[in-house]
Design a protein around this ligand. Structure first.
Ligand code: PLP
Length: 449
C-alpha cells in the first residue's frame, strides 16, 4: 500500500498532511491515513480508485447503490432540478415533487402504510419514527406508553434514539448513559449456523417481548423497532415465524411495530420491502439508502393511516403544527428528483425481481465458502450475505479488517463490520461478478493470520 500511495503523491509527507483535516466516520482514521483507500469514480458495479484500479463493488456502496452506480437518468434529473428549484422551505410550504415521491412510496409499501414523512438519512428516519411513536400514544390518550424496545445486535443509525435502541455494543459503549430502552435478545443461534435464507430455530425468541410486557406492563411500552434482517451486524436473518410472532404480541398488547427497512427496502430482499418478503406488515417503516439509489441523501418514514389520523384529530386549532418535528431538508427538491428517477429505475427494470432471480446463485456461491479457514457461519437473504469470522480473543474485528483490506488490494470491495465480512451486491450484478468476488474471498481469507 505504501508503494501505491507514492504513485499518487511523490512526496509522502505532503500526501499524509493533505489527509489530516478530514475526520472519517466509522473508520480507523490512523490506519486509513497511512494506507488511504480513495475512490474517484464509479460505474455499474465498479469503482475506480486514485490509482486508476477498477474495484468490483459487491456492497452497493454501503447497501445504497443497489441499482448500479452513476445512473445517468438520476444525474440528469438532479441537474434539471437544480436549474428549476434549488430549495423550497420544508415547513408550511411544499413543492410538487415531494407529493410525487410520497405517492410513489405509498404505492410501493404494503397496504395501510400510507403517510410519508421525509428525512435525510436512515438515522433521521429512526429518530423520526421513535418520536412519532411516543407522540402518537400521548395523543391517543395513553401518555404513559413511552418505553422503546430494540434488539441486541440491531443497528438503527447513530443519532441518540437510534443508538439507544441499537444493540451493537461497540457503538453504544463510548457514550455511557443513553436514552432509556429495552432490548430483545439477538436471533443469532449457534444451531442455525450455515442456514440458507431463514433459519429454522428461534421463533420463540420473540416471546421476550411478552416477558417485557409482564415485567413493565404493556401500558408502558410504546414501540418495538427491528430490522427485518439485521444488516450491519452481518445479515442476521429472522428465524421462520419470528416476525409473525413479534407482530402478534404487538397486536395483543397495543405496541407499535417499527420495521427499520433502511437496508432491506427497495429490492434487497427480492421483494420491494422486507415486510413483503417476510409477510409481516409493521405500523411504521423507516427508509433511506436506495430511495435515491444512494445518489443524494434522503430518508423517509411511512406510517399507518391510524397514526396519521390521530395527529390530525388532535384537539388543536387547524393552523397549529400537529407534529413538531422535521428537518430543513425534509423532502429536498434535489433529493426528490433523484428519488423519482431512482424509483423509475426500480420499477422499470424490475429490480426486486432481479434480486430474487439472482439470490439462488448468490446463495450457492457464498455457501461454497463453507469449510474455508476462519469462517464459522455463512448467512444470506435475497442479495445480502455475511461471513462470520472466527474471532481472535479480544480482537473480533481484526481478521475481518485484514480480509477486507486484502480484498481491496485484490480489486474487490466488501464491507468488514465487527466479526463479519458483508456482501450486498447491486441488483444489476452479473453471476460471473458474484463468482469473481467469492473466488477472491476464497483466496484471501485463509491467508490472514
Ligand atoms: C437498518 C439501518 N438503520 C439505520 C441506518 C442509518 O442510516 P444512515 O447511515 O443513513 O443514517 C442504517 C445504516 O446502515 C441501517 O442499516
Amino acid at each position: 500500500m505504501q508503494e501505491l500511495q507514492r504513485q499518487t503523491y511523490p512526496d509522502a509527507a505532503a500526501a499524509r498532511a493533505e489527509l489530516e483535516a478530514y475526520w472519517l466516520p466509522f473508520s480507523g482514521n490512523r490506519q486509513f491515513k497511512d494506507n488511504p483507500r480513495i475512490i474517484e469514480s464509479a460505474e455499474g458495479c465498479y469503482y475506480t480508485d486514485a490509482h486508476g484500479r477498477r474495484i468490483l463493488d459487491v456492497m452497493s456502496g454501503l447497501w445504497c447503490c443497489g441499482f448500479g452506480h452513476n445512473r445517468p437518468e438520476i444525474a440528469e434529473a438532479v441537474n434539471r432540478q437544480l436549474r428549476e428549484l434549488d430549495y423550497a422551505p420544508a415547513f408550511q410550504f411544499a413543492h410538487p415533487l415531494a407529493f410525487e415521491v410520497a405517492n410513489r412510496v405509498k404505492a410501493l409499501t404494503p397496504a395501510g402504510l400510507d403517510y410519508v414523512f421525509f428525512t435525510n438519512s436512515g438515522s433521521e428516519s429512526v429518530e423520526t419514527a421513535l418520536k412519532m411513536a411516543k407522540a402518537y400514544w400521548r395523543l391517543a390518550g395513553q401518555p404513559q406508553k413511552t418505553r422503546l424496545v430494540g434488539r441486541v445486535k440491531g443497528y438503527h443509525g447513530v443519532n441518540f434514539g437510534g443508538t439507544s435502541v441499537g444493540g451493537i455494543e461497540p457503538n453504544r459503549a463510548p457514550y455511557g448513559e443513553l436514552a432509556a430502552a429495552e432490548h430483545l435478545p439477538a436471533t443469532l443461534l449457534p444451531e442455525n449456523a450455515f442456514s440458507r435464507g431463514q433459519p429454522e430455530h428461534g421463533a420463540e425468541l420473540a416471546d421476550a417481548l411478552e416477558d417485557l410486557v409482564t415485567e413493565h406492563g404493556a401500558e408502558t411500552i410504546a414501540a418495538v423497532i427491528v430490522e427485518p434482517f439485521s444488516g450491519s451486524a452481518g445479515c442476521i436473518v429472522p428465524p421462520l415465524g419470528y416476525l409473525d410472532r413479534l407482530r402478534a404480541i404487538c397486536d395483543a398488547h397495543d405496541i407499535l411495530l417499527i420495521f427499520d427497512e433502511v437496508i432491506t427496502g427497495f429490492g434487497r430482499t427480492g421483494h420491494a420491502f422486507g415486510a413483503h418478503a417476510f409477510g409481516v406488515t409493521p405500523d411504521i417503516m423507516t427508509l433511506a439508502k436506495a430511495l435515491t439509489n444512494g445518489s443524494v441523501p434522503m430518508g423517509a418514514v411511512v406510517a399507518k393511516e391510524s397514526i396519521y389520523e390521530t395527529f390530525m384529530n388532535a384537539d388543536t386549532p387547524e393552523y397549529m403544527v400537529e407534529f413538531p418535528h422535521g428537518y430543513t431538508y425534509s423532502g429536498h427538491p434535489v433529493a426528490c428528483a433523484a428519488a423519482l428517477a431512482a424509483l423509475d429505475i426500480f420499477e422499470n427494470e424490475r429490480m426486486a425481481e432481479r434480486a430474487k432471480n439472482l439470490a439462488p446463485h448468490f446463495e450457492n456461491a457464498l455457501h461454497g465458502l463453507r469449510g474455508t479457514k476462519h469462517i464459522t457461519d455463512i448467512r444470506n437473504f435475497g442479495l445480502a450475505g455475511a461471513l462470520q469470522i472466527d474471532a481472535i480473543p479480544g480482537e473480533p474485528a481484526r481478521r475481518p479488517f485484514e480480509i477486507g483490506t486484502a480484498c481491496w488490494n485484490r480489486g474487490l470491495y466488501v464491507r468488514w463490520g465487527g466479526d463479519t465480512v458483508q456482501l450486498g451486491p447491486a441488483m444489476i450484478v452479473e453471476p460471473e461478478q458474484i463468482d469473481e468476488a467469492v473466488s477472491i474471498l476464497a483466496d484471501v481469507i485463509p491467508t490472514v493470520a
